[in-house]
Design a protein around this ligand. Structure first.
Ligand code: CMC
Length: 430
């Protein structure tokens, strides 16, 4: 931390505000005493200039297009590592040794089954329920099934809850999918690795043997790595805020899933694929580009733009490569959606509007095409995002709980409503 300060002058009174420095990235002005010193709040709806916390987990340089988990570049992790290794790294801060990795994989694997009563819980949903609705509910419901890991003051219980969520999320996600298509649930198979097990739980049926395609499994594993954490995004901040009140971890992660669902956040992968389907053929692209640029039209190019990345999203690059690998493996030579996506990207990247506003493809632009080719319906896309992001949410939640200076998150407001006025009875109201 530096001893720098900044000076703010309010009503001719100057206050010194400490400046704190991180290891990399912008420094912050510590305004925690500002209200006491000036009687004023800061105003930053959308948090465009506000660091809500200190964190050691993930670093993003949006101008350069850099994403680091615990200091490691995302492309190196995606190229050489696997998802559970990334989970270990995010949770514990270091890459595991071979023995630590084996132990961690074993511990996660031991928790893949869900309480059998959960099956009954599922059957209460309509068959056409959106799987994200089922995820919000079923992850929240884990707190009702696993009372023995909801005491957040006990580090052991916190660890067990974390393992349970990382391990059970694929099982619940696959159950949500199976339920929606009217097929029986497939129990986890602990001989398989994390991602192969998930593919099997989604696509196997009791009537025949299912062989996991290793190329698809590796590709999906890489997609999970890309989604594992992303600093203080909306859903992560939601998890932290929910957790700041002392709520149990299952409830906090359910809150994160609810936030992720929105089309401006995790719901964008589903929205991007629907948009590509709606565009249909490359000749219709100019019409949609014009819509996206029209101030009077709410339409946006889904899968484009990012609050932090003002350069190519590094995850989108890896995603694009993965898309080609998956389509090749599946022998899909001509995918009309991919044609539209590639052409749309080319046109948008040359368009003055997108250049000026620094709008580049984000991770969601290509992920939908890949997941669709693997056999997932669009309604499952955000569920897969939630599955992968669970570890990031947990790592951020744990970091917060373990911070001795942690307090409940309680933003303030600029009040612009009515001043105090007296109650008028209904008979007297004009
Ligand atoms: N298409 C057309 N115009 C856009 C787009 C877009 N996708 N994104 C931003 N703009 C324009 C926007 O209209 C605004 O123009 P102006 O300054 O003239 O009013 C300007 O760019 C800045 O946009 P903003 O909404 O103020 O930026 P933001 O940082 O609040 O929003 C965003 C970021 C990701 C919500 C937004 O870019 C967006 O809605 N993109 C489409 C949805 C999407 O792909 N979301 C996935 C994000 S990555 C995965 C994740 O984190 O979940």
């Amino acid at each position: 931390m530096s001893s720098n300060t900044s000076t703010l002058t309010v009503d001719n009174k100057s206050v010194e505000l400490p400046v704190k420095e991180g290891t990399i990235g912008p420094s912050v002005i510590d305004i925690s005493k500002l209200y006491a010193q000036t009687g004023m709040f800061t105003y930053d709806p959308g948090f465009t200039s506000t660091a809500a916390t200190e964190s050691k987990i993930t670093y993003i340089d949006g101008d350069k297009g850099i994403l680091l988990y615990r200091g490691y570049p995302i492309d190196q992790l995606a190229e050489h590592g696997d998802f559970l290794e990334t989970c270990y790294l995010l949770l514990y801060g270091e890459l595991p040794t071979a023995a630590q990795k084996a132990d961690f994989d074993y511990r996660v694997t031991r928790h893949t089954m869900v309480h059998d009563q959960m099956n009954r819980f599922f059957t209460g949903f309509r068959r056409d329920a959106h799987p994200m609705a089922i995820m919000v509910a079923s992850v929240g419901a884990l707190s009702a099934f696993y009372h023995d890991s909801t005491d957040i003051s006990d580090p052991h219980q916190r660890m067990i809850a974390s393992m349970r969520m990382i391990a059970k999320m694929p099982t619940l996600a696959a159950m949500a999918y199976k339920y929606s298509i009217g097929q029986p649930f497939v129990y986890p198979q602990n001989e398989l690795d994390y991602t192969s097990n998930f593919l099997r739980m989604c696509f196997a049926v009791p009537a025949e043997e299912y062989k996991v395609n290793p190329v698809l499994s590796r590709a999906l594993d890489r997609i999970f790595i890309l989604h594992a954490d992303h600093e203080q995004n909306a859903s992560t901040s939601t998890v932290r805020l929910a957790g700041s009140s002392g709520a149990n971890p299952f409830a906090c992660i359910a809150a994160g899933i609810a936030c992720l669902w929105g089309p401006a956040h995790g719901g964008a992968n589903e929205a991007a694929l629907k948009m590509l389907e709606e565009i249909g053929t490359p000749d219709r692209i100019p019409e949609y580009i014009a819509k996206a640029k029209d101030k009077n039209d709410p339409f946006r190019l889904m899968g484009f733009g990012h609050r932090v990345y003002k350069n190519y999203d590094p995850r989108a690059r890896i995603m694009q490569k993965t898309t080609h690998e998956v389509l090749n493996e599946l022998g899909i030579k001509d995918d009309p959606l991919l044609d539209v996506a590639v052409e749309l990207e080319q046109i948008a990247l040359k368009d003055e509007y997108f250049i000026e506003k620094k709008l580049y493809p984000n991770i969601d632009f290509y992920s939908g095409i890949t997941l669709k080719a693997m056999g997932f319906p669009t309604s499952m896309f955000t569920v897969l995002f939630a599955l992968a992001r669970t570890v990031g949410w947990i790592a951020q939640w744990s970091e917060m709980i373990e911070d001795p200076s942690q307090r409940i998150g309680r933003p303030r407001q600029l009040y612009t409503g009515e001043r105090e006025r007296d109650y008028v009875t209904v008979a007297q109201r004009g």
